[in-house]
Design a protein. Sequence first.
Lengths: 647, 421
Amino acid sequence: VDWSRLLDFALLGLGPGALIAGIALAVVLTYRGSGIINLATGAIAMVAGYAFWSLENGSYGVHFSTAPALVVTAVVVVATGVLIELGAFRPLRTAPPLAKLASSLGILLVAQAAVVLGFGTSARQGSSVLPSDTVEILGVVFPIDRFILAGIVVALAAALWAVYRWSRFGLATRAASESEISAMLAGLSPNTLSMANTILACLVAGTLGVLAASLISLDSTSLPLQVVPALAAAVLARFTSFAIACAAGLAIGMAQSIIDYVSLRPPGFEWFPQQHGLAVPGIKQLLVFIVIVVAMFWRGGSLPGRGEVVERRLPAVPRPERLLRPALLGTSAAVVALIVFPFDYRQALINSLVAALVCLSLVVITGFVGQISVVQLALAGVSGFVLSHLATDHGVAFPFAPLAGAAAATVLGLITAVSALRARGVSLVVVTLAAAVAIEQFGFDNATWGGGASGSPVPELGVLGADFGWRVSWGGLDGKEPSPVFGFVVLGVLVLLGLLVANLRRSSLGRRMLAVRSNERAAAAAGIDVRTVKLAAFGLASFIAGIAGALYGYNFGSVSAEQFSAPAALGLIAFAYVGGITMVSGAILAGLISTQALLPYVLEDQLGISGNYALLFGGLALIFNLVVYPEGIAGAGHRKRRSTAWR
Amino acid sequence: MRTTTKAGLDARRLVLAAAIAAIFAAPVATGSAASSAPRPRPVTDYLAYVGGKKGAAHGSPVVIGWVNFQGGPRQFPEATKGVLAAVDYANRELDGAAGHRIKLHTCYIAQAEEEGKTCGLEMANDNKVQIVVFGAVALGNQSFYAALRGRKPVIIGVSASPVDGVQKNVYALAGDQPHVLGPWGTFGKNVLHAKTAALVFPNQAGATSAADATKKGLVDAGIKVTSVGYDPNATDLLGPITASGAQQADMVVPMTDFPGCVNFAKAAAQIGLDKPVVANPLCTFIPGAAYPGGDFPKWYVGFAQSNTSIASLPDVAAYFKHAKAHGLSDADAPKVFAAIAWSEILTVVRFMNHVGARDITAKSLAAQARSFRGPMIMGPPDIHCGQFKDAPAICNDETQFYRYLGGGHWQRASGWLKPPM
């Protein structure tokens, strides 16, 4: 092993590591202040970068020199922080963690859409604030700005540590984090503290956004995406320690750089996996996932809890009293719609039904058991790819191919559940997010066992020569594809699994799930085997996701990595929450508002809202719905009906 | 309320494909470093090219399906602008298509694979549409083809997705990645006299297949390649560039996406990389102001079409003259996909004129595409769809190379080159 080369590459990773570390610091800051995992932290850095670029380049009619531009950018960043706190974080202060996570996703969407609409899709070249000299170390040329940036981030971490360790503000934040009630009795305002911490986090992210100009170009994706490795660093720091977040961020950047070198199979690393002479895609993501899982087990799992005035729980899980009537009414309406709708609306409805199935799996795992799993859509993808390869490459017929796909998803879901035995809440979000990214990039992107660049084809749904897919010649009233027959199949599966989930809520197992969701220790004390309940929930949810993945493949005639990506999974979870993540009806509502589903299609077709405006509208609508219906639309509807009945 | 998270975060992947698709637009068909056979002259007489009559069209409309990637965070709306200009030009001055006025049935894919099926169904279910033309379509291709099922021919200028090449009744007239990237090896060997090459690419689907094709071309030319795939979310490419041995290699190939082009240029400038860089045309899509120093780096770029940055080229001059007269702006005209779209529509008009007003069917138009031998407007001199058994939709594997001199000036670096044997 050439250790000097390893050292070289470790140093080359300082720049990206500093970027990850800086964003991780902002993530930790936000969590300490308000208990929110802010997925939009990278997007805030992006906004700052664009603000600085605009001011320096005279986009608003006035050219600013560097110093005034920095000052005005700081003002813009503070204003952004205030807006985020007042518009999204504060109204959700007593909402469940998942609602807060979804709101940060809404902020991310709005920020990205605003940047694209305001500045276009072309990258911008910000001027570097840092010096551009180089230095040669061990025969390799290094720009010194990487070292300076890393130094700034380390200094920031030290300063934040000192502030939170020694200042009155830091002590107050820590006190509010431990117990909001005690803090309030001591005359502290959790709202004010949350506001201050959000602004501070925005300033840290904004600083990175401006300084990063020496490393990257400005666009709508590069900086926002840095939040993924930054989350890994933050979870290693248990969302608490600035020092560990900083060190972990730097280490991730350095490790990724070392992998660049190791992937060439230098002496000592001949074992590094390659495909067609190139490094296997997704190795780095797999490494990040493994590091997180190992760290979870090593460090004991859960994050430190926060003591809030109001204990934040997931929305209530009403016991379904009457199943037959709503099932019959809903099914009848859907059947009529599938026949009567024109072909494009029919396709949108079928898309909605398939998406509702994935959301149904979220109802089981998140709504009933309280486990916030981001990996469900990836599990659906696993099923879709297994179906594709079995059916296309090996000629395995229906129903064996889709059942094998669902079984594979179930097995992988149970493996995920092992993580959930140690991690819960927001920790599980990070673990499953890392798992989703690893599955997507290591699994789905792979040309051999995934779909590669072209995706993987899925044959028409058929049994013993009879066609039940969307190409059946009967095309509904308009006589066009897709055939309603495939819609009936998906509808039938949705109704069956919907009834299964509704009955699960009424069963003994369902009650045990709710007990685990409510308080794991209390459930265990009451004789409930928490481990078994979690495994059962993950198994069932994964199976449902697997069935959805197979139908997804049949619906589109193919499966590809894009369809099951981690960002798409986050979006689906957000919509599942908005729909009502604790109810079957909520899953159906979520299906109706998901990608290429009925509601977005109507908006596009009737109002022309599509593309970037849909992105902006979707983000704002997400935040608005979360603020107005913190329990989801279905939950709010149920509560209203219940209160009406009481009167 | 569409789940557009995918858009923002995922756009990168989509762009990769589109990007790498783009890998193929530019210079003119004069001379060849690979073949001594006389090459056709570039197309400048559009009336002769389409084989129509002069004047406005008054016949009943004929509908052409138009699918493009636009509306999302990454998009190529210029392709649609190019098509609209071409349709206007054909309708007003070339007697439309066989005397029919041309209408478009448009469908756009903004950000989700699912939209491909919607577009496929729209085209399949519209009986007036007999032929479909793709702009820059890098997403939704698989779903689109599953819905269309080969019932109508699809014309593509430059394939933006590996899915296209293996489809039936699809005609990628200017080629696709695996075929058009091979000439990178020929160029490296014959022009740069390279013995070693450093290849840097984002390690994800789409980009890896492009890197694979490039590497094969380089290796086939006898060039030793060190390839490094970086994390697609990576921002600082200093490590990958160093790992690839770029500072010691005879040529450097960044086979990157949009952000990668600029990030590569930035890192290369910071370490003073002075080796010849041979990039893909995607990098030229980005305004020069986005690059360090405010100008496109002095790189070589390979194209499979005419370089629209050189207004003095005869075919580019003809395109600018007519396209701008029919509504294409000065800003959009030089954009690669606008030029490709212009060329595609006029080629479809040619097909329709050849089959005649009464025989415009999917079958007859497909036959025209199969028998088309080029040259295409601003495209490759020799076109032969079906020449590759493993990729029946691909009609070209030649590329030209240009060198950027700075200040908006380009210099031809090679004629049309085929992949090394």
